[in-house]
Design a protein around this ligand. Structure first.
Ligand code: UD1
Length: 422
């Protein structure tokens, strides 16, 4: 079993390029199944979740090719099966995203019901309700979601809660429905906008993506297209926090600064100096004192839940006491116990954590529990005295492309090791 080994204490310096966004590429890849001809997707990050999505589409009969520069071509014309099996869904909940395209384009889908996961129960009821509102017949049987439809019909759908993949599933389904669909209380995340732009380039008629009301005028068919995925704002934020924690100076290139307003505001509050260009962000923390910041997670444009764990790691060594409130997911404090093993002073009550900054963390063996939690552990390792050894790094590989190479490029003493080497 591989692990990540970090020796803390090096201020990060230099440039790091940002990969394509995981949460945009997944819906875009499955969205290509809506087309009558092949699509070519570029700026695809090399991630386990991308591999899982390709395996899922390949098993359904789509023809896939991938170039050495991670340009993926998907030809949906050979689609023959419309099923997402449990063995894949259980490793990646985003597999639920095939539901909308399959029902809309092929009239049927069977998708294993995602179970609970480390960060809470995460239901999919709103995905199903939305598809039913568009006229799909949906049943949950033997652990599978089974959905059928002749042709979907546009409808007005008010989402009870803001859900990212729920909005995306309904958006994809509505592109081929007869008539107009209005999605209210829609998610406004940049990844939803990227999916909408991709669908528009296939011929879909969509307005309002990026606001809380999305209107879709259904069309009879969509064509394949060429599309480049947007940069990953969470990966960007993670490297910026790493820089702030280590007291370094880092420029993130190939980034999209406008998607990080809430995160950059908080980083400025920590005392960091931030400079921004069209497609880069530079953070300078040299010679500055790191101050802790309170955060409350919220749907976009609020502070992203996917950055909560990284900020918690930062607050653990910052000056002062801070309060972190998680409002999106129950049980998304799995990193707390591990940070405590490194010496962090954190108390959790319900969905709130109170963090009292300590002067230093001390390296120890720790365990990654979910994707973003594991990123926070790497960050903590970068400042901990001595060696930190992080187990279960497959969680990190789901969402961070070559994280140890990128961090080594910034000067960090980090490497992947087999169990025999440790
Ligand atoms: C997506 C992101 C994930 C991010 C999250 C919140 C992808 C692949 N993943 O996850 O990285 O952390 O958005 O920004 O894009 N809910 C319901 N019923 C539903 C659906 C959701 O009650 O049918 C609730 C969830 O339990 C949660 C809240 O809505 O409390 C938001 O979840 P949601 O936005 O759906 O998260 P995901 O789309 O799964």
């Amino acid at each position: 079993m591989t692990r990540i080994q970090v020796h803390g204490g090096v201020p990060l310096q230099g440039e790091v390029w940002i990969s394509g966004a995981k949460n945009a590429v997944l819906p875009i890849l499955v969205g290509s199944l809506l087309g009558d001809s092949p699509s070519r997707i570029s700026n695809v990050p090399h991630l386990q979740d991308v591999t899982t999505t390709m395996e899922l589409m390949g098993r359904m009969g789509a023809e896939l090719s991938i170039s050495d520069r991670m340009l993926i071509e998907i030809d949906p014309r050979s689609m023959a099966s419309f099923e997402a099996p449990y063995e894949l869904v259980k490793t990646m909940r985003a597999s639920i995203l095939v539901l909308g395209p399959l029902v809309a384009r092929y009239g049927r889908a069977r998708v294993s019901l995602p179970g609970g996961c480390a960060i809470g129960s995460r239901p999919v009821d709103l995905h199903l309700k939305g598809l039913e509102a568009l006229g799909a017949r949906v049943e949950v049987r033997n652990g599978n979601i089974e959905a059928r439809a002749d042709r979907l019909t546009g409808a007005r759908i008010i989402m009870d809660t803001v859900t990212v993949t729920g909005t995306e599933n309904i958006l994809m389904a509505a592109t081929l429905a007869r008539g107009t669909t209005v999605i209210e209380n829609a998610a406004q995340e940049p990844e939803v906008v990227d999916l909408a732009d991709f669908l528009i380039s296939m011929g879909a008629q969509i307005e309002g993506a990026g606001t809380n009301t999305i209107t879709v005028e259904g069309v009879d068919n969509l064509a394949g297209t060429d599309y480049a995925v947007l940069p990953d704002r969470i990966e960007t934020g993670t490297y910026l926090v790493a820089c702030a924690m280590t007291g370094g100076r880092v420029r993130c290139t190939r980034a999209r600064p406008s998607h990080l307003d809430a995160v950059l505001n908080k980083l400025t509050d920590t005392g960091a100096e931030i400079e921004v260009g069209d497609d880069w962000i530079e953070l300078d923390m040299r010679g500055r004192k790191l101050r802790s910041v309170d955060i409350t997670t919220a749907p976009y444009p609020g502070f992203p839940t996917d950055m909560q764990a990284q900020f918690m790691a930062m607050n653990a060594i910052a000056d002062g006491t801070s309060v972190v409130t998680e409002t999106i997911f129950e049980n998304r404090f799995m990193h707390v116990q591990e940070l405590q093993r490194l010496g962090a002073d954190i108390r959790v009550k319900g969905n709130t954590a109170i963090i009292r900054g300590v002067p230093r963390l001390n390296g120890a063996p720790i365990m990654a529990t979910d994707l973003r939690a594991s990123a926070s552990l790497v960050l903590a390792g970068l400042v901990a005295e001595g060696m930190t050894l992080i187990d279960r790094v497959y969680h990190i590989d789901r969402g961070y492309e070559i994280i140890e190479e990128k961090l080594s490029g910034l000067g960090a003493r980090i490497k992947r090791v087999g169990s025999a080497e440790t």
